[in-house]
Ligand binder design. Structure first.
Ligand code: HEC
Length: 130
């Protein structure tokens, strides 16, 4: 009896506290940069070459270890920006190719990923992939 009274009093407070998660914290948990963030393709190129080239090739055109990202399969309509954030946060189970899985990339921040996306989209556009 006493316990249920405590629950009645505190449960709404606990639920209210859960609902009150800072939206910026929520974006971070989703591996998304802050609202209003603008990716920069030049910075993205440097970061891409540091973190992604070993598998996706120097210019994103693929290697022995991983697929090209400058490829129609990865155009925005098919793999939205969120797919890039999820790939960096969680890695990727093989499903399109036969290279095996992509491991998570914990050193790459949400902002870094945003810059990398700007670079990949620019390269896709230049290759006529929209
Ligand atoms: C150790 C190798 C490796 C590294 C390093 C790597 N990737 Fe990958 N990535 C892969 C492989 C392999 C796949 C393809 C999986 C499949 O068969 O669909 C992939 C797939 C992807 C996909 C497609 C995700 C999807 O939903 O299908 C994206 C986006 C991606 N990588 C982005 C990146 C970015 C950005 C970086 C650098 C920060 C990076 N990868 C670094 C191996 C790698």
């Amino acid at each position: 009896m006493k316990m249920s009274l405590i629950m009645i009093i505190f449960l709404p407070l606990i639920l209210a506290a859960c609902d009150n998660v800072d939206p910026e914290q929520r974006r971070l948990a989703m591996h998304l940069p802050p609202v209003g963030f603008q990716g920069n393709a030049e910075q993205g190129q440097v970061l891409f070459r540091k973190f992604c080239t070993s598998c996706h090739g120097f210019d994103g055109k693929g290697s022995e270890q991983g697929p090209p990202l400058i490829h129609p399969v990865y155009r925005a309509a098919h793999h939205a920006d969120l797919a890039f954030h999820m790939a960096v946060r969680d890695g990727v189970q093989p499903h399109h190719w036969k290279f095996g899985k992509m491991p998570p990339q914990p050193e790459v921040s949400p902002e870094d990923t945003g810059h990398i996306i700007a670079y990949v989209r620019r390269q896709q556009r230049q290759a006529g992939i929209q």
